[in-house]
Design a binder for this molecule. Structure first.
Ligand code: DLL
Length: 434
C-alpha cells in the first residue's frame, strides 16, 4: 500500500515539537552565519545582538532583516558560509534589474532540497509509476533541477524537456503517455492552447496531475488549467534565495503548507518592519534553518500573504500560507488605491468569454500613475462581432470599478495578440519612465 506522506514524522509533527526543532536549528544557523559570514557579523554587531540572545523562537525578532540588495552587494559569494570546496552547485536568478543573485549549495543542501521537493510532489499525488514531463527551465533557474531531483527521489520517470518548443512538448506528452506535468502556470496554459490548436485533447489522455509555480496565479486560473487540461493543478512556491521551489506546496485540500523545519516564516508589516500575528496580511519573511552554504536570516521576500495554524484535512500540521496575492514591488498605487495584478486577473476570469492572458500598462499622467489593461478574449468571442466586444468591455470595466474601486480602462484584444509565456509571464509593462 502506498504511504500517505513522504516524511510522516516531519509533516505531521505536533506544533510544540516542531517549535523545539526550529529553535535548535535557528540557534545553530545564527551561530554558523555569525562565525562564517562577515556581512552577518557586522550586521548583528551593529544592532548589538549575538546568536546566544536567541533563547526562544520569538527572539528572532531581535535580529536584522536581509534584503535582495544585500545579495547583490555581496555578489557572487560574499554571503557564502562555507569554503568553496564544500559547494557543489550554484544556481542564480537574474530578476529584472541589476546583478543576478546566487544560490550556492553543499551536498547536504542539495539532499535537503530534494527531500523538500519529494514532499511537495508526493503530497500532490506524484508516485513512482508516474511519467512526468518537466517543462520548467533547466539551468541556472531553480525550477528545472529542483523538480527534477524531487521527482527522481520519488522514483518517477522524468522527461527533462525544459521549457519551450511547445509543439514538441505536446507530441512527447502524447507519445510517452505522460501523467504529470511540471511548469509555470502560464506555460501550462500555453501548452493547453497549442494542444487545442493541434487537435489534441489532454482530457482524454493519461495526464492527471500538474505542479505549477514560480509566479503568482489566482484560484480562477487554477480552475481554468484544471478545466483545459483535465488535471489536478497543484502548486509549488519558493525562491532562489531560500533553496528554490520546495519552500511551500499545496496538498490534496489545496492548502499551501510550508516546509517549516527548513524555512522559518514570519509575516511583517512592509512599512514598519513590525511582526504581525497569524491571519494578518503582510510581507513574508523567511529564515533558513538547515542551509549550510548560504543561510538567509530574516530575508524579506516582498511576497504578500497570510500565515495560518490550522487543522488541515490532509493531516499535515505544517503551517499554511494563503496563495501569494502579489509582490510588494508589483503593487501599483493608482489614485491612492493599492492594486495587485492578481486582482485584475480575478476580475477578468469572472467572464467566461475571456482568457487568463493579459497585460497591465502603467503610465504617468501628470504626477499620477495610471493603468490600462489589455486582455485577450477567447477565439470565438471576437468572431461574434464588434457589438459584443463593446458590451463585454463595458461589463468588465464596471466590474473593475466595483471590485477594485477605481476606473481601469480595458481593451479586449483578438485571440493570440499577446505573446505567450514559456516561463514566468510578464504582466506589467511599465511605461512611467518613457
Ligand atoms: O521561482 C522558484 C520556483 C521554481 C518556485 C518553480 C516554484 C516553482 P525565483 O526565480 O527566485 O524562484 O523567484 C521567486 O517567484 O519570491 C515569488 O514572488 C514568485 N513565486 C514563486 N512561486 C510562487 C507561487 C522561483 N507559487 C519568486 N505563487 C518568489 C506566487 C510565486 N509567486
Amino acid at each position: 500500500m502506498s504511504k500517505k506522506f513522504w516524511d510522516e514524522k516531519c509533516e505531521t509533527m505536533p506544533v510544540d515539537e516542531m517549535e523545539k526543532v526550529q529553535l535548535k536549528s535557528l540557534q545553530d544557523t545564527l551561530k554558523h552565519v555569525y562565525n562564517n559570514v562577515p556581512f552577518y557579523k557586522k550586521k548583528f554587531d551593529e544592532v548589538g545582538v549575538k546568536p546566544d540572545d536567541c533563547k526562544k523562537l520569538h527572539d528572532i525578532g531581535l535580529f536584522p532583516f536581509s534584503y535582495k540588495n544585500d545579495l547583490r552587494d555581496n555578489y557572487p559569494f560574499g554571503l557564502c558560509a562555507v569554503p568553496m570546496r564544500e559547494v557543489v552547485r550554484v544556481h542564480a536568478s537574474s530578476g529584472t534589474t541589476g546583478k543576478p543573485i546566487t544560490g550556492p549549495y553543499t551536498a547536504k543542501d542539495l539532499d535537503d532540497w530534494s527531500e523538500c521537493m519529494a514532499r511537495t510532489l508526493y503530497a500532490q499525488g506524484f508516485r513512482d509509476d508516474d511519467i512526468v514531463q518537466n517543462a520548467y527551465g533547466y539551468g541556472l533557474f531553480t525550477g528545472g533541477l529542483g523538480f527534477h531531483q524531487g521527482a527522481l527521489k520519488i522514483g518517477c520517470a522524468v522527461v527533462p524537456t525544459s521549457s519551450g518548443l511547445t509543439e514538441r512538448q505536446i507530441i512527447l506528452m502524447q507519445d510517452f503517455g505522460v501523467t504529470g506535468l511540471m511548469c509555470t502556470p502560464t506555460y501550462a496554459l500555453t501548452i493547453a492552447e497549442r494542444a487545442n490548436r493541434m487537435g489534441v485533447d489532454f482530457k482524454n489522455s493519461p495526464l492527471r496531475v500538474g505542479s505549477f509555480g514560480a509566479e503568482p496565479w489566482t484560484v480562477a486560473m487554477r480552475e481554468e488549467i484544471q478545466a483545459q487540461l483535465g488535471i489536478a493543478a497543484h502548486e509549488a512556491y519558493g525562491l532562489t534565495e531560500l533553496m528554490g521551489p520546495g519552500v511551500a506546496f499545496s496538498c490534496e485540500a489545496y492548502k499551501l503548507h510550508i516546509n517549516e523545519d527548513h524555512a522559518y516564516p514570519e509575516i511583517i508589516d512592509s512599512e514598519t518592519g513590525e511582526s504581525l500575528p497569524l491571519g494578518h496580511q503582510g510581507e513574508l519573511v523567511f529564515t533558513s534553518l538547515q542551509r549550510r552554504a548560504m543561510p538567509m536570516i530574516r530575508y524579506r521576500t516582498k511576497d504578500i500573504t497570510r500565515l495560518h495554524r490550522e487543522t488541515c484535512s490532509c493531516g499535515r500540521t505544517l503551517i499554511t500560507m494563503d496563495k501569494i496575492t502579489g509582490r510588494a514591488d508589483d503593487m501599483l498605487i493608482i489614485t491612492g488605491v493599492n492594486v495587485f495584478p492578481s486582482q485584475v486577473e480575478a476580475v477578468i476570469l469572472e467572464f467566461p468569454e475571456m482568457q487568463p492572458i493579459y497585460q497591465i500598462r502603467v503610465m504617468k499622467k501628470g504626477y499620477l500613475d495610471v493603468m490600462a489593461v489589455e486582455a485577450e478574449a477567447k477565439r470565438s468571442v471576437y468572431e461574434d462581432g464588434e457589438e459584443k466586444i463593446t458590451a463585454l468591455t463595458k461589463k468588465i470595466s464596471d466590474r473593475f470599478t466595483q471590485v477594485i474601486g477605481i476606473k481601469i480602462p480595458i481593451t479586449i484584444l483578438p485571440f493570440n495578440s499577446i505573446p505567450r509565456s514559456e516561463g514566468k509571464a510578464k504582466r506589467i509593462i511599465d511605461e512611467r519612465n518613457n
